[in-house]
Unconditional design. Sequence first.
Length: 73
Amino acid sequence: MGEASIIRRQLRTLEAKAELIDFIRGQCKTEGGRLNEAGLMFMAMAKAGGWKQATVAAILDITPGAVSQHFNR
């Protein structure tokens, strides 16, 4: 497998991950950018799963401080 082929495969993987993150954000936030019920459930599952707050913040495009507040409730 050539280097160009490997790069194309990696790009497809990154594009798929970006699409998934966009979908999650769309499901978890209101049009105004606030977390909705699905977003709060996502946070609860992430916390239960031991996810890092920085990872959750990056996925939901919110501040780590906001995640910390929700995690500590």
